[in-house]
Write a protein that binds this ligand. Structure first.
Ligand code: SME
Length: 169
């Protein structure tokens, strides 16, 4: 059983603890889908005020739904479309305070009001994106973005890519 006590006083500590827990959860496991599933569950449990937390994978230049928590979602998203597709096409974090003001936002769940999408780059190749959605506007600030980026940097290789050959990497 995994029972992580994530109980931090501030956001930087919260994300430090989360990154440690994600590292422990994925250490030694070569299956990217299993690792995405556990990390999605971890984030869903530890981060307040979310209505969706999960992954889209880069399959042949298209984003395809991966493991997640929340309501059933759009299965395929072309690069450049919506918040996730923009993160995939640019390789840049997308932090959106108001999804209704984002041109081309894809409303998988009409409850979503703000969104944070972090590209997952392994050895320079985009293997997918982490997507967090909230029913509250302006849910994600710079500390959330920095925390998620650092978590993904730490365990991104275990979510796919050639680095999977090294279990300890
Ligand atoms: N809203 C996203 C689509 C994915 S879902 O929110 C799970 C977007 O515009 O990319």
């Amino acid at each position: 059983m995994y029972d992580f006590r994530i109980d931090a006083a501030d956001k930087p500590s919260l994300y430090r603890e989360l990154a440690q827990a994600a590292d422990a959860l994925t250490a030694g496991e070569p299956d990217a889908i299993a690792n995405m599933a556990n990390v999605a569950a971890l984030l869903w449990e530890a981060l307040p005020d979310l209505n969706w937390a999960g992954f889209y994978r880069n399959i042949g230049g298209e984003l395809v739904l991966g493991p997640f928590q929340g309501r059933p979602a759009c299965i395929r998203i072309p690069f450049g479309k919506g918040v996730c597709g923009t993160a995939a096409a640019t390789g840049e974090v997308q932090r959106v305070d108001d999804v209704d003001a984002f041109p081309g936002h894809i409303a998988c769940d009409s409850a979503s009001r703000s969104e944070l999408v972090v590209p997952i780059l392994v050895d320079g190749a985009l293997i997918g994106v982490l997507d967090l959605d909230s029913p509250s506007p302006r849910r994600f600030d710079e500390e959330d973005a920095a925390g998620c980026v650092s978590l993904i940097q730490r365990i991104g290789a275990r979510l796919g890519g050639m680095a999977m050959a090294s279990l300890d990497g």
